[in-house]
Design a binder for this molecule. Structure first.
Ligand code: AMP
Ligand code: MG
Length: 414
């Protein structure tokens, strides 16, 4: 009897339970930290902005002195950004520039467009200022002692700027997972080695290798690409042993289908352990998780092993659904699940599949979702064409106008 299919959520939970965050940390320059996962909370040793400052080029005033809406007051000082002025003398205004500290006594800034510098050097304030206007308050962005970026955050450009704004030049981040990438399949040919017109019958170009390497690198991994592993037992064992010695994860594509004749499955079993899963997901389904012991023995540590299906879209989608969270968790990322947003389907899908399905769709100009015409797991065009996937429950049909759950590739690939 065939084992029942494993629900995707269960597969993900079991997989993540294996993904203990990697030990150690890297100290990296802020310039090099994009995409890395922060190890310790970034706590602010100061407030940002450090003091009340002007949000405009204009004049710092006492609002009460300008209430007529036509006040003419002498200019007592000039405060460019980067310098600190004197307390504002009553009955005068100060020339001030964006970012410059507001002088003591002033409680508003009037933008220069609402002022007129007279020939006698005095300033006409032609607007009636509100107390507090155009002043950025000390600490309004960040308070002293505030956690600015929490441990487990994947750093993006805004976080790098934020870290810099509290004076951090280096950040403690999770080590990059070291991933060994294998392709399997005797039919595979590397582009560039055989011209399209000379491809032998039955052979295809290795496409998975290209997107898997790029996906891993986007997820912060350091990839060693072992290429196409020769389909011989000794060669496969040797490659797995070598990879396990110096990698955290061995990722393969192909050869995990039921009854597949290749050497990866038995070789992983010989060097560690392997579970073959049939996941209730489409595209996808065959998936393997296991371990390859270092030095081929127990107790010396191990490399995780993940075997993805060979069909390109299955490989791509299962990477995004399962491997992505796994490698983020290895880095201690707090958030591994992508956000699903409700969106409108602008198509009909009259036959719900028995498995939970991830349909490749594109956002149209009307804010709805269009379906790619061919959802076959071999048609990689759908992944390039799409803006993301609909997470469609098992058995669910879709009628034009229905709300569906959309997950964006922009998020899955970032
Ligand atoms: P498998 O999972 O090995 O049974 O492969 C399923 C399908 O995916 C077969 O049609 C393979 O030829 C194809 N395939 C496997 N690996 C790759 C690859 N690296 N690039 C493109 N197609 C692949
Ligand atoms: Mg194969």
């Amino acid at each position: 009897m065939r084992a029942p299919l494993k629900p995707l959520d269960q597969a993900l939970a079991e997989l993540l339970a294996q993904a203990r965050p990697l030990a150690g940390e890297d100290s990296v320059d802020c310039f090099e930290a994009d995409g890395r996962v922060l190890r310790q909370d970034a706590v602010s040793p100061l407030q940002v902005p450090p003091q009340d400052n002007s949000a405009m080029d204009g004049y710092a005033v006492r609002a009460a002195e300008c209430h007529s809406g036509e006040a003419v007051l002498p200019l007592s000082q000039r405060i460019p950004a980067g310098s600190v002025g004197q307390p504002l003398e009553p009955g005068t205004v100060a020339r001030i520039f964006t970012g410059a500290p507001v002088p003591q006594g002033a409680d508003a800034v009037v933008m220069q467009e609402d002022c007129e510098l007279l020939d006698d050097g005095r300033v006409r304030i032609k607007a009636r200022p509100e107390s507090g206007q155009w002043i950025r308050r000390a600490g309004e962005d960040i308070q002293l002692g505030a956690t600015v970026i929490a441990a487990g955050t994947r750093l993006a450009p805004a976080e790098l700027g934020l870290a810099a704004s509290i004076g951090l030049a280096r950040l403690a981040v999770a080590p990059r997972p070291r991933v060994a990438l294998f392709s399997t399949g005797d039919e595979l040919v590397m582009p560039g080695t055989v011209a399209p017109e000379h491809m032998p019958a039955g052979s295809i170009y290795n496409s998975n290798r290209f997107f898997l390497r790029a996906l891993l690198e986007r997820m912060g991994c350091e990839v060693t690409d072992f290429g196409i592993v020769p389909d011989r037992r000794e060669a496969t064992l040797a490659a797995l042993r070598e990879a396990a010695g110096s990698h955290d994860l061995i990722l393969t594509s192909g050869g995990v289908s039921v009854g597949e004749e290749d050497h990866v499955k038995p070789a992983v079993e010989a060097l560690g352990q392997l579970d073959l899963w049939q996941i209730a997901v489409k595209p996808g389904k065959p998936f393997a998780y296991g371990r390859v012991n270092r030095d081929g023995q127990q107790g010396a540590g191990f490399a995780h092993f993940i075997g993805l299906p060979g069909n390109p879209v299955s490989s791509y989608v299962t990477f995004l659904l399962l491997v992505r969270p796994f490698v983020l968790r290895l880095q201690g990322a707090a958030r591994t699940a992508p956000r699903a947003l409700p969106m409108r389907a602008d198509f009909d899908w009259p036959r719900g599949d028995k498995r939970r399905e991830f349909l490749r769709v594109r956002i149209n100009d009307q804010g709805g979702l269009e379906l790619f015409r061919n959802q076959s797991s071999g048609v990689l065009t759908s992944a390039a064409w799409g803006d993301g996937v609909i997470d469609n429950p098992a058995g669910q049909t879709i009628a034009r106008g229905d709300r569906v759950q959309f997950i964006s590739f922009a998020e899955l690939l970032s």
